[in-house]
Ligand binder design. Structure first.
Ligand SMILES: Nc1ncnc2c1ncn2[C@@H]1O[C@H](COP(=O)(O)OP(=O)(O)OP(=O)(O)O)[C@@H](O)[C@H]1O
Length: 259
């Protein structure tokens, strides 16, 4: 099998005063080109830490071990600086709170300019054209006007779309989306899920989609990895999630979601 992304043996420990049991223990998965792997699990099961470990963004004193394999190369998870080089053009990220990732004193246009100059070596007018195209692609009307606005001018849903457009601006091979729709109302949530699904299909982007909400995970994922207490419970296809889960814990999550 020739997966686009492979993560092998992710373990996360704290080197601080609270060191002891691993917060994440021996997590492994792969994602094919154009595939969405969902990670689901109760609060505190280690989903976000695992995602942050893949891009070298764990805060001290947390330490990850394991290997990320991408574009035929292996990256050690304890080497944050080599992982940092993957951010942007190889791995794009979107998080729950888009405002936290946008600089409040910079216009939306300035955000695009920085991203596109860094990752795509376009000149100023090329950047503008590309940014307008990306904003249109994520369903934002009046893109010329948006480029001049600051983050506080935008609604939560529009901010999240801008974040997605910025993540996509670098044309990443893998998109890591950590609870990207949790803060959005149901209509906007559905639009964002549709958008991710379309980009997966059209661009062949692999997606790691994290949520505690099984209904959202079931909606978007091809396969689902269930986590509990920092460990992998099982990984199964979307269909098997409802029809044939092997583990009692997965069954209880499904029953809870079905009400
Ligand atoms: N900096 C830290 N130091 C020590 N423990 C931490 C740190 N950050 C998170 N943890 C612990 O690691 C565990 C996993 O946290 P993580 O944020 O990955 O969970 P999660 O599955 O993403 O949960 P949620 O759905 O609530 O976001 C939790 O028990 C959390 O309290």
């Amino acid at each position: 099998m020739n997966a686009l992304v492979k993560a092998e043996g992710i373990s996360i420990r704290s080197n601080g005063l609270d060191q002891g049991q691993a917060l994440v223990h021996d997590l492994s998965f792969h994602i094919e080109r154009g595939e969405v792997l969902g990670i689901v699990g109760e609060s505190g099961s280690g989903k976000s830490l695992s995602a942050l470990a893949l891009v070298g963004l764990l805060d001290q004193p947390l330490q990850a071990t394991g290997v990320l394999r991408l574009k035929g190369q292996s990256f050690q998870l304890n080497n944050a600086s080599s992982l940092a080089r993957l951010r942007g053009s190889d791995i794009g990220m979107i998080f729950q709170d888009p405002r936290a990732s946008l600089n409040p004193v910079r216009t939306i246009g300035a955000h695009f300019l920085e991203t596109l100059r860094t990752h795509r070596s376009l000149d100023r007018s090329g950047c503008r054209e590309e940014a307008i195209g990306l904003l249109e692609e994520v369903g934002i009307g009046d893109p010329d006007k948006r480029l001049l606005q600051f983050p506080h001018h935008l609604s939560g849903g529009t901010c999240q779309r801008v974040m997605i457009a910025l993540a996509l601006a670098a044309r990443p091979k893998l998109l890591i989306a950590d609870e990207p729709t949790t803060a959005l109302d149901t209509t906007v949530q559905a639009q964002v899920l549709d958008l991710i699904d379309r980009l997966r299909e059209e661009e062949g982007m692999a997606v790691l989609f994290i949520s505690h909400d099984l209904a959202v995970i079931a909606d978007i994922s091809d396969r689902v990895l269930v986590m509990r207490h920092g460990q992998q419970v099982e990984t199964l296809t979307n269909e098997a999630l409802f029809s044939a889960p092997a583990e009692d814990y997965t069954r209880s999550l499904v029953n809870l979601a079905l009400g």
